[in-house]
Design a protein. Structure first.
Length: 553
């Protein structure tokens, strides 16, 4: 990979948030950049004018299927052009798009379809060895379908139509039929929406607890991701790689970035390190995003050095400083930023004009037109710079609330409109946010608060540690101590003693793991994160304090 790299243009000055609906933004983009390519899906390219026309035709088809304002249209597919077209069509109708994780199984699918009361379900029959039709039949054994995909099932009384993007076993309506009956005049489809109208229903990953559905509006989808890429120096016409799945809030939001910036969003069908490298080279991508694991997988690809990524200038990710340095160096000086956000709302983003020392350790500053503060979770009082507390956000970047769940919404959104993120962080004197970890991931060692994520960052600085997770386990004397669960790097014979020595030389004693366990496989949530709850279920019983243990100690 050549070392030469085109300099990153400076970001434009912060501008007020985009005040528009997504349907209006699609129309405005088609008028401003009609023949420019806005989206690349594997081998399919769609211009702004083509997207407007396809979305209008799909909106007519959905309208014919009975979709009206407020109805939920569920999409259960990988990263396909059909997903984007259908989503833009649903947004125009005032419907709400439900994005279903392609890793979800029967437990999550049952909850999502039931809780959301989805009227239409659009699926890919099979994907990466998973039979979606079989899963659907498993949760709705009484499903009856007409030749046109009209659905009847007591399991999900609201479900009225099943649509398939490609041929399958079930008698689903073919997705292309949505485009077949579009009249010349589609103005009758337009409804009176505002930027605050609901648009996307994004459920959190579930393991054994039912996922919560965060409801996001048009304003949120048209601002957070576009401002992030603007801070990365992206301009009209720039090809930008999207590594996130569309079932993730980041992937769904990324599809609106071209509407605001006029860039081209390049999206692989699913994440594969080799395919991503090919697309970045082929499309001459200038910017990209991705979690640290993706960058590291690409760097470990046997042909990584052969790809010409000289057009790539900037990207967002997140991780400990040592990992940030590793990625930046591995990609030949790539200008990286970190960002902070969650399904319920976005908070901050770095900027490529920030000094590298800021970008490698902080998640930047709040998005334009939003507020963020750090509070003491016990007293609710704002804490001064440098002190750790709970992160709270307020503004357009906040979710409307949890769908059909006022009680859970009131648990996290206070009377003054602040969304309590359940995350810990701290501001520095210049207003840059450092994310510390989950509030519930705080380990109290002998009265000292210890962030699991800070210890994980410490572990990842060791060259023989490939992956690590930290949980708290019971201890007779200290109340709780740190357990480090570690995956060794390939070929390593790293010992627990070496890990302890490594941590002792860098951190206070209460942060040093008291116990170490080595693994080769990890449990993951539906969104690809390490499932800490499963780890606790596995390891906590080993350290349970009984009367006998107390006597022995």
């Amino acid at each position: 990979m050549p070392d030469s790299r085109t300099p990153v243009p400076s970001p434009s000055e912060p501008v007020p948030p985009t005040e528009s609906t997504i349907g209006a933004a699609v129309e405005a983009a088609a008028q401003r950049w009609p023949e420019a390519c806005g989206w690349v899906f594997e081998d399919r390219r769609i211009t702004f004018s083509e997207m407007r026309d396809l979305a209008a035709r799909a909106a007519t088809g959905l309208h014919a299927c009975g979709v009206r304002r407020g109805d939920v249209v569920a999409l259960w597919t990988p990263n396909l052009a059909e997903w984007a077209v259908t989503a833009f069509a649903a947004y125009r109708l005032g419907a709400v798009v439900l994005s279903i994780n392609t890793r979800f199984k029967g437990f999550e699918l049952t909850h999502l379809l039931s809780h959301s009361r989805a009227k239409v379900l659009i699926i890919q029959p099979q994907f990466l060895g998973i039979d979606f039709e079989e899963l659907l039949e498993g949760v709705a054994p009484d499903l009856m379908l007409s030749p046109t995909g009209q659905a009847t099932t007591a399991s999900f009384p609201s479900l009225q139509r099943l649509i398939s993007v490609s041929p399958g076993r079930l008698s689903a309506m073919d997705w292309s039929a949505l485009l077949d009956t579009a009249p010349a005049d589609t103005t009758a489809l337009d409804v009176d929406l505002t930027p605050d109208s609901p648009a996307l229903l994004q459920y959190t990953s579930g393991t054994t607890a039912a996922p919560k559905g965060a409801l996001l509006n048009h304003r949120h989808l048209l601002n957070y991701a576009p401002e992030t890429f603007s801070r990365l120096g992206v301009r009209a016409g720039d090809p930008v790689l999207n590594t996130q799945p569309v079932y993730h809030v980041g992937g769904a939001s990324a599809l609106t970035v071209p509407l605001v910036l006029g860039c081209t969003k390049v999206t692989p069908g699913h994440y594969d390190a080799g395919r991503v490298l090919e697309l970045m080279e082929r499309e001459r991508c200038v910017s990209r995003g991705g979690i640290p694991t993706m960058y590291l997988m690409e760097m470990a690809h046997p042909r990584f050095a052969e790809f010409d990524l000289s057009a790539l200038r900037s990207g967002w990710t997140g991780g400990p400083p040592a990992v940030m340095d590793q990625i930046r160096d591995g990609f030949g000086g790539l200008e990286l930023i970190q960002l902070y956000g969650a399904t319920e709302g976005g908070g901050t983003s770095g900027c490529i004009t920030d000094p590298w020392e800021k970008r490698r350790v902080t998640a930047g500053r709040p998005m334009t037109g939003t507020e963020l503060r750090i509070i003491d979770p016990e007293t609710g009082r704002e804490v001064p710079a440098g002190e750790v507390g709970e992160i709270c956000i307020r503004g357009w970047n906040r979710m409307i609330g949890y769908f059909r769940d006022d009680e859970r919404t009131q648990e996290v959104v206070d009377a003054h409109g602040w969304l309590h993120m359940g995350d810990l962080g701290r501001f520095d004197e210049e207003g840059y946010l450092t994310y510390v970890g989950r509030l519930k991931d705080m380990i109290r060692v002998g009265g000292e608060n210890t962030s699991a994520e800070e210890v994980e960052a410490l572990l990842l600085e060791h060259p023989s540690v490939h992956q690590a997770a930290v949980i708290g386990v019971p201890d007779v004397r200290m109340g709780e101590v740190v357990l480090a669960i570690v995956e060794r790097a390939a070929g390593s014979s790293l010992t627990a003693e070496e890990i302890v020595v490594h941590c002792k030389s860098r951190a206070a004693n209460f942060r040093v793991p008291r116990h170490v366990r080595f693994v080769t496989d990890w449990p993951y949530t539906g969104s690809g994160k390490i499932a800490k709850k499963v780890l606790r279920d596995i390891y906590t019983p080993e350290f349970e304090i009984t009367e006998q243990k107390v006597e022995v100690s």
